[in-house]
Design a protein around this ligand. Structure first.
Ligand code: AMP
Length: 283
């Protein structure tokens, strides 16, 4: 695997590959890699001759400095994992490579409520910072295909909107959520759970599954209230939201006929670790 730390070196390599007619697939990450991340690389390998993974912990998207400072960094293990799946390129830039003084990364598009609901309510500024880094990385890599996970469903929706609004020439592919054996969605933050927190964390998935089984007998609002109450009942759990929304607009639904595709999204603290998850409830 080639490892590049500078934009110039990466672009030189990729330009040569593009001239050879090779397609480039790209999966941006913040490292502390797990099988969820690797599934993006595997998906990329199906349709591209060159698969690029980036690892960059983007300070601009952390609204909580404590979360940024505690974000796990496991570069050597990440390199081993990427090599184990034959990833072609790792881009490992410094902050000054991504945000040099002469480059303006601010994005002036109106994405309306997309950045204000759910994660946007509880992590102000997060999506602006996330869009800035993804757009900057896309301009650097200029891939044919971009791979992102359903795990961060709202993030995916916002990047899809950004690509549409700015008419960017990248094809976005959504990859399914990879889970641990007990159903907990894989996340870099899971390693920070206490043993007790880890033991109970599957409860987030259990509630999503139960929510899905309640669709025929309960309204969306009833399920939201039941799910919040159920999460609160668990020791160490402090839920922020459990919302049932239209997959395409992220607007709340009051009735199952309000939208063709409906998804439940949840965020909860378990002790001092904040986890998110989601599940499509309809169809
Ligand atoms: P992160 O490193 O958390 O910023 O995630 C980088 C990419 O990996 C994002 O597109 C995530 O949605 C995706 N991802 C994270 N966890 C999972 C998972 N459990 N399954 C599938 N994709 C994931």
């Amino acid at each position: 695997m080639y490892i590049f730390k500078t934009v110039v070196a990466l672009q030189q390599f990729l330009n040569d590959r593009k001239e050879e007619g090779k397609k480039i697939g790209f999966a941006p990450t913040m490292g502390a890699l797990h099988q969820g991340h690797l599934s993006l690389i595997r998906e990329s390998q199906k349709d591209n001759q060159i698969s690029v993974c980036s690892i960059f912990v983007n300070p601009k998207q952390f609204n909580d400095p404590n979360d940024y400072n505690k974000y796990p960094i496991t570069t050597n293990a990440d390199i081993e994992l990427l090599e184990s799946v034959d990833c072609d390129v790792l881009f490992l830039p410094s902050i000054s490579e991504i945000y040099p003084n002469h480059i303006v990364t601010k994005i002036n598009i109106d994405i309306g409520h997309f950045s204000k609901v759910m994660e946007g309510e509880f992590r102000p500024g997060h999506f602006q910072g996330m869009m800035e880094v993804v757009k900057r990385l896309l301009e650097i890599v200029q891939p044919d295909n971009l791979y992102m996970g359903q795990k961060d469903f709202q993030q995916f929706s916002i990047i899809r909107l950004m690509i549409q609004k700015l008419s960017l020439p990248y094809h976005l592919v959504m990859c399914p959520i990879k889970r641990e054996a007990d159903g907990l969605a894989m996340s870099s933050r899971n390693v920070r759970l206490t043993p007790e927190g880890r033991e109970n964390a599957h409860y987030i998935y259990d509630i999503l599954c139960q929510a899905k089984s309640m669709v025929r007998t309960h309204t969306p609002t009833q399920i939201e209230e039941w799910a919040m109450d159920s999460l609160y009942e668990h020791k160490g759990f402090k839920p922020e939201y459990f919302r049932i929304v239209d997959v395409n607009t992220l607007l709340p639904v009051w009735d199952w006929n309000d939208a063709e595709d409906i998804i439940a999204c949840v965020a909860t603290w378990i002790d001092d670790v904040r986890l998110i998850d989601n599940m499509v409830l309809k169809p």
